[in-house]
Ligand binder design. Sequence first.
Ligand code: ADP
Ligand code: ZN
Length: 450
Amino acid sequence: MLPLCDFTSHRKKKGMYWQKDLETMTASQLEAYQLQKLKETISRAGQSPYYGALFKKKGLSATSLNAVENIGLFPMTTKEDLRGNFPYGFLAMPLDNTIRLHCSSGTTGNPTVIFHNRHDLDSWANLVARSLFAAGARPTDVFQNICGYGLFTGGLGFQYGAECLGALTIPAGAGNSKRQIQLMQNFGTTVVHAIPSYLTRLHTFFEEMGIDIARDTSLRLLVIGAEPHTEAQRQRIQELFGIKAFNSFGLSEMNGPGVAFECEHQTGLHLWEDAFLAEIVNPDSLEPVAEGEVGELVMTTLDRQAMPLIRYRTRDLTRFLPGDCPCGRTHRRIDRITGRTDDMFIVKGCNIFPMQVEKILMNFPEIGHDYLIVLETINGVDEMLIKVEVSRNWFAGELDALENLRRRIVDEVRDEVLLTPQVKLVEPGALPKQEGKAVRVQDLRKSEGA
Ligand code: ADP
Ligand code: ZN
């Protein structure tokens, strides 16, 4: 069998799609395709200790499936299930047939582990190549991957995906901003992948080094993802760099990047439905939400052999977008992730998502790119303190002179989240920076035992 990433033939691709047949299937073709892949997946999953025992107990098997909707007969899988059966409980084939493992970043607790065989890695690389192609990257591009390599899936995931596309791929890794810019200049980088919070920081180095992106580099396209960000933050990044930034969504439990991606029209993220079966459910009742409503994304792998996952609760909140995309791809589009069910926090009875706060902050041109929400208990009362970096372009050396700005932020955040925050302006660059995903909330209430 030819590997999926046969890039000698892909290199010659001149059409609009990476895999036209798969990307433009009609709804009924897609459904038939999904049903067949789903049956295979259920049979394979039944070989793992966890699903084997579960299916037996519930009397479920691939023969329970007459239509894709029958997936609802199967129980959902949670992050706790993965953690509780760590490390091999979900492995559906002998360990010697697997060739790599990856772990989640551990943003919300102990990391989870996913195993891959050769087929899985080829299939994943192909999905990332398809995603990059959809966003406008081509084999002639020079792709610089600015993120951590290692267990984090953004490193090797984009590396092999961009190689599969046929692009010259620079495994630049995270950090060392001046060197990143040097690499871009030395090798004529045209496409960069990085997490959004890092790109805004990287931009300050261009300024410091006196490098004009349009004049002194060949950059033409950015790929951003791996962490929640608002449309306002994307707009900022696009304005700073003067080029488009495409949203890339993925999670290690579904391989990593290459799950859903924006095409050149930026009308939401096409979720690759030949490789993943997606449902959106109410996180409390676990019932499907009404068409177009926001809920938790639940996903089943359709093309993974070593470790298939059935109805995995991603905890990510999104909705299916209505209508067709002008690009002609028929796979449904999801909206940008508005948060995770588990990053919502409650202060004085108000339910708040960090992205609600970010949305307000990013609309102030006087505000820099970083902020930190600190939750603490003061005299027995929960308080929300937002530390906000002032933009370098606005800062004249005196924070006290910005009292008017501070008050406007308090008012606007209060109107959005219905709670009066404390706001503290800090100097540009004063907040702690992470090498990986940005930490936006620090909850000191837990450590105080409150
Ligand atoms: P962890 O779940 O520990 O952060 P992963 O590295 O697997 O580990 O990260 C996947 C998660 O990152 C997703 O479930 C989602 O919450 C977030 N994420 C990934 N891409 C995006 C994106 N484009 N927009 C918003 N959130 C994203
Ligand atoms: Zn499209």
